[in-house]
Design a protein around this ligand. Structure first.
Ligand SMILES: [Zn+2]
Length: 45
């Protein structure tokens, strides 16, 4: 499991939307958390 950095939910990295930032991959519970992360990645990374 991975942790969604935006809402801190546990997410399954096999099915979760993901985004790369600073050489690391982050996983999200939903596209809106992914969008929120991509707007301001340094806040969450
Ligand atoms: Zn989330």
């Amino acid at each position: 499991m991975a942790r969604d950095p935006v809402c801190e939910m546990e997410v399954d990295e096999k099915s979760a939307p993901s985004s790369k930032h600073g050489g690391q991959t982050y996983y999200f519970c939903c596209p809106s958390c992914k969008g929120e992360f991509e707007k301001n990645p340094t806040k969450y990374a």
